[in-house]
Write a protein of this length. Sequence first.
Length: 489
Amino acid sequence: MKTIYALCAMLMLPAAMPAQSEAPAAIQPVPTKYQVELMQMGTYAFIHFGPNTFQNKEWGYGDADPSVFNPDTLDCDQWVRTLQGGGMGGVIFTAKHHDGFCLWPSYFTDYTIRKSPYRHGYGNAVGELAAACKRLNMRLGLYLSPWDRHQANYGQPAYVEYYRNQLNELLLNYKNLFEIWFDGANGGDGYYGGAREKRIIDRQHYYQFDRLFALVNKLQPQAIIHTDGGPGSRWVGNEDGVAGETNWAFLTDAHAVAAGVENYETVLSQGDADGTHFVPAEVDVSIRRPDWFWSTTNESKVLTSKQLVDLYYKSVGRNSTFLLNVPVNIHGKISAADSTSLAGYYRILQSTFRTNLLNGAKVTASNERGTSFAAANVIADDYDSYWATADGTSTGTLTFTLPKATTLNRVLLQEYIPLGQRVKSFTVEYLNNGQWTAIPCTDAMTTIGFKRLLRLSSDITTTGLRIRFTDARGPLCISAVGAYEATEE
């Protein structure tokens, strides 16, 4: 009889909230799988090379004789191995810079490597790099400058077709490109077939970017399209190597334009919290800052390994990708000063992030969506497993109890962005003499996105770490949390 009464009582009580087996609904905008792959790559290289290299110039006017381009020992395998030694997973090559000189033998112009003495007129730097990337398992992207200071018809409708033909030529001949880079510098003074004048164009409409994007999507749909405002990735708004500490991977319609974004320094650095387009920031900077091309006068400008590490935290560590320019010299190689700095930079990062100090910790959460979305997933070393909270729960706490006192000075957080960037604010605390205390860190604790790295101003030794997510756009989806000790920075 007691059993019957107990059963009746249970049936009358409201049911406990059941565990949810389905993933949280995506919150728009969300990335494509290719955008996720780009964020996972994290760091990749730029290579600026061309007639400017042989003239100690940053900006070619478009009137250089092709004969100036003549590297004596060009070695694309050396480029790729050097970049891989710096942790780079891909390289974007300047197939054509603003001077209009093509580093492949384009069918549509004689202003190409074909007219240079390199390999007796049979050279193709784009082709050689593509072959090296295939041999050594490096991803390739191409930069094709819309602005052309050499072409006589620049500024006229005929140039738009010329440019589209060149883009089509590259897309057909060089497969599996991971990014196409459209530079935002457009219009100004130039040679223009001997006219030597200034030409101004409507940067947003002249090139008919919609047609160019459609061509890329048709021939190489996996390629990320980079312009000031996307659609694949956006410029960060500066060439200093620094993203905003608050950084949404979103842009509004007004800012998701190829060129001419107003207030670009602020808008592109931070993104738009209310944006409807998923357009992550790409941070571009040169190792010979601020110079993009190698010259005989800028070796003293090579950034040190520690300076590069600082830029890594300010780019990848702020929900961006890191595009680092490493120029090629007149011999056709990456110089020793650049490769040494790059190798040292990667060694420091490997040393710092080799071991997650939270491995082995007991992880508890204030709320769990279900067994498939348990708190322990954040230290599982699998991006596609994550901790999630129940529907209607946009705040929460993760607590890590360490098996012994541990010294750390870096903290990593990652969201599962295939379901959308969500976190608006969070705090990090550590157990200090039995009390939860804010970590010594001046970094803004606002957005997270694909990756957020915090640098503590001093080491802490603790047996507990706590992350409190205080505001988000929906249920939390946290893929990873890590703690590390940097010793070489």
